[in-house]
Design a protein around this ligand. Structure first.
Ligand code: NDP
Ligand code: 8X3
Length: 250
């Protein structure tokens, strides 16, 4: 019988690439995001793969629980939940950034991920099977100027993922936190609020990771033998590395 994956944020970037990857292996798909038209386009492009779409904002608690409660019977058993929907907004220093941006990042990257997890976990526990893959980031481990709240939300994702594993010991449920570095998607266009030039500069002259690469890695973690859990996986392009500590000199 085909397995089912629920991917949040499937209208673009990693989520869309994951939808294509899982569809190519014969999985049933539940695809979510706010842009209904994009979900419909993807559903059509993936035909005849069985695809259920649900357009909602993950920061809306009720909408998350409703979407899960209203899954059609043939999609009710979710084998893999990919908590991928998320965003960075702005790169301004903490002292001058827009507080609304911080709230949106917390509502989406933290609360949305929590709601979807909490909505699906009881049925996973009841069936004693399932896999939750969260999209963290290298920003959750390594600070950088302007990373402030975005990095904070991804640090939450890292620790929440590991704490889930602690609670789920004794079940067959797996939890994985994928922590990518520089990847080209709509991510920077969103971060710079539609400024495509600023977004393009992030990737200029370098070879970032592609959404398809992340899709491959996510797919791999969820198709390993059932006794193996990848707790976390940090992945950066070869063209990205670390800097020395910054020092202020008078
Ligand atoms: P994209 O901007 O390309 O895609 C983000 C997806 O999230 C879209 O499908 C968007 O759909 C969805 N989304 C955003 N906000 C909401 C919301 N409130 N409710 C529902 N869906 C939402 O970014 P990526 O594919 O690059 O990013 C995916 C994840 O990976 C994010 O969590 C991001 O933080 C993380 N990540 C990205 C990295 C990168 O460099 N690109 C590196 C490390 C981590 P819609 O607009 O239709 O709602
Ligand atoms: C996205 C990677 O370095 O832009 O999570 O924060 S970074």
């Amino acid at each position: 019988m085909s397995k089912t994956v629920l991917i949040t944020g499937a209208t673009a970037g990693f989520g869309k690439a994951m939808a294509e990857r899982y569809a190519s292996e014969g999985w049933n798909l539940i695809l979510t995001g706010r842009r209904k038209e994009k979900l419909k386009e993807l559903q059509q492009a993936l035909a005849p793969t069985p695809v259920h779409i649900a357009a909602f904002d993950v920061s809306d608690k009720q909408a998350c629980f409703d979407a899960v409660a209203q899954l059609p019977d043939s999609f009710k058993t979710v084998d893999v939940l990919v908590n991928n929907a998320g965003l960075a907004l702005g790169l301004d220093p903490a002292q001058s950034c827009d507080l609304n941006d911080w709230e949106t990042m917390i509502d989406t990257n933290i609360k949305g991920l929590m709601y979807m997890t909490r909505a699906l976990l009881p049925s996973m526990v009841e069936q004693d099977k399932g896999h939750i893959v969260n999209l963290g980031s290298v920003a959750g481990t390594y600070p950088y100027p302007g990373g402030n709240c975005y990095g904070g939300t991804k640090a939450f994702v890292n620790h929440f993922s590991k704490n889930l594993l602690a609670d789920l010991l004794g079940t067959r449920i797996r939890v994985t936190n994928i922590e990518p570095g520089l990847c080209e998607s709509e991510f920077s266009v969103v971060r710079f609020k539609g400024d495509k030039n600023a977004a393009d500069k992030v990737y200029q002259g370098t070879q970032p990771i592609k959404p398809e690469d992340i899709a491959e890695i996510v797919y791999w973690t969820t198709t390993l033998p059932a006794h193996i859990n990848i707790n976390s996986l940090e992945v950066m392009p070869v063209d990205q590395a670390f800097s020395p500590f910054a020092i202020n000199r008078k």
